[in-house]
Design a protein around this ligand. Sequence first.
Ligand SMILES: [Zn+2]
Length: 295
Amino acid sequence: MQPCRPLPYIPPAMPGELPSSWLRRIAAEYGVDLRHLTAHFGLSVCRSWEIDRALPADDIRRIAVALRTDPAEFREMMHRAATRILRPTSVPLQVCMQCQAGHRAATRLPVTIRAWFEFSQIECEHCRTPFSPTSRPSLTRCNPAREEPVWFESIRPPARVGARLLADFARRPLTSRFSPVAILQLLSMRFDAIRFATRPVGRCGADELFASRRIIELFVPGLSELRRDNLIPAPWTSDKPVRLVTARTILLAGMAALLSSREKTLDLLTRVSSCVSHPGFGPLLTSLTSSADWA
Ligand SMILES: [Zn+2]
């Protein structure tokens, strides 16, 4: 089957837009739906998730001819290959409010951006605006104090470093130094802060909530001072890696701090080890201690 001729008018793709979103908007310009457009192009698939994740090379060549684009550029628009735990979500995790407002001004059709589906992204690649949750925040998982503006700005640079590590791991898990997922799990573990504290117990307060803190508080400056109920991120688990983008930002800043100094990290983790009851802590500390992969 010959590739179809190039379309006479092609609305440009938005920065970071997923292929299915772009094709759906092109189809709307011609008064048809995505299924009709993919049939006209002679593609072997027609569903959004297949177009965004698993488009065969021959289909990409056909689209490139019809849309007068470079096959490699079109392939770049698709979701990247990722490890199972970090694969893109099926619905958006987050949005860029600024870009979304621009999309709405430019087109009445919905636009979906690839980074909105990725755990490793915490801010917009296009305009650098921090991402916002897609739905109203759950009060059980969110606390406005966690987004105290000056403090939150201060953790964004290290969080970007952590986000890059997570993105690299998602794309090339076999070449990464450590599993960022294991480190995020470690940072989410709780420890007994009263036993760990060098300050007198009386000054720490003796309530149960204060006694139980998360290891990430040892690595992110100022996090402990912002502590309120539900202030600390819920545990990262392999079954539930989805988080509020704010919690992810804090965790990624903690990961960057943990990996920035072997000596300081191992000293801190060794000192807190007797105050952690999580069964996974010991094996993680051992693997960190014995690893020859530190920078
Ligand atoms: Zn943006």
